[in-house]
Ligand binder design. Structure first.
Ligand code: AHM
Ligand code: MG
Length: 313
């Protein structure tokens, strides 16, 4: 057994862990394929060319930006996995149907390298993935059967949930993912806050949320990378991340299907909450693939308070 104060006692790798969770063989295969793809993404982040797309290198070869490269890596892996019927990626914004018979197969939505421009500044970036059964991608996030992210920071970690708790794995020297935290759970109340968007464009209601968090003594922690910011909120278990609707962008910046739903799934699984201010993120029915939504995500009491303050006249 490996239960001890939320940490692992013995080294358990991703596949061993997944097998112990009564998950289907196809689901285990899918998660392991994504974990494999992430190893190539890490490699391109660490060593890849930071050249500009459309230009060429010394040998006349076209530069491929990291976000394009990581998208190709992820897409190829999913296309050949044998367990995926449909994919859609934040970068291409189109649905690719691999099999018209989705029986027993999964649909996968992903942002292969969120915050890609941060790599040039050597800041943390990540891959975000949502997994559904069947072929329909325009359905509420609550129907997901799994979600995960991979964070490329000083270390590489993979956090996933298949609806049976949230687990963190960390990449070791052999590029294997070992279990480092299990059944991650969040406190009801936050002491850090992570506020996206330009303050000058905040609504008066959102200003009230910021004032409430500052008045309660929460510290500001914002990296500009969604995966790193959510990881901090989730793992510390005492935080709230916000990307509000702005005066010139009422739906905010972040994309419901590719970015918000997977994170909302993980945070709810850890006992937290996520709302757009009115509706839980996971209950929003998407109308288009690239739909955006404001988000308040993290500790339950603060997310509820934010919704209350946003609703106040
Ligand atoms: P991207 O999908 O174009 O990479 O943008 C998403 C990123 C998130 O990682 C982050 O939370 C947000 O944009 C930051 O936006 P801002 O610079 O407006 O704070
Ligand atoms: Mg993104």
């Amino acid at each position: 057994m490996y239960k001890e104060a939320g940490k692992t006692k013995f080294q358990i790798d991703l596949r061993q862990h997944l097998r112990s969770q009564n998950l289907s063989g196809n689901f285990i295969h899918l998660v392991c394929e994504i974990a494999e793809a992430s190893k190539y993404v890490v490699n391109s982040i660490r060593t890849g060319d930071l050249g500009v797309a459309g230009t060429s290198n010394l040998y006349g070869e076209e530069h491929v930006t990291l976000d394009v490269l990581s998208d190709r890596i992820m897409q190829k892996r999913l296309l050949h996995s044998g367990v995926v019927s449909t994919i859609a990626s934040e970068k291409t914004d189109e649905i690719v149907t691999i099999s018209s018979n989705p029986q027993g197969l999964f649909s996968v939505v992903y942002d292969s390298l969120d915050g890609a421009s941060l790599v040039e500044l050597n800041l943390a970036v990540g891959t975000i993935v949502g997994i559904y059964q069947g072929n329909d991608l325009l359905q509420p996030g609550r129907n997901m059967v799994g979600a995960m992210y991979i964070l490329y920071g000083p270390r590489v970690s993979l956090v996933y949930s298949a609806g049976k708790g949230v687990f963190e794995f960390t990449m070791n020297q052999l590029m294997e993912f070992n279990l480092t935290r299990e059944h991650i759970s969040m406190s009801p109340s936050a002491n850090i806050y992570s506020p996206g968007g330009l303050r000058a464009k905040y609504s008066p209601q959102h200003d009230r949320v910021i004032n409430y968090l500052e008045d309660k003594g929460a510290k500001l922690r914002y990296s500009g990378g969604f995966v790193a910011d959510i990881n901090q909120v989730l793992l510390k278990g005492k935080g709230i991340f916000m990307y509000p609707g702005l005066q010139d962008a009422p739906q905010g910046k972040l994309r419901l299907i590719f970015e918000l739903n997977p994170m909302a799934f993980l945070v709810e699984q850890a006992g937290g909450a996520a709302t757009n201010g009115v509706t839980p993120i996971l209950d929003i029915v998407p109308e288009v693939l690239d739909q955006r939504a404001p988000i308040y995500i993290g500790c339950r009491e603060d997310v509820e308070k934010a919704a209350e303050l946003l609703g106040a006249g």
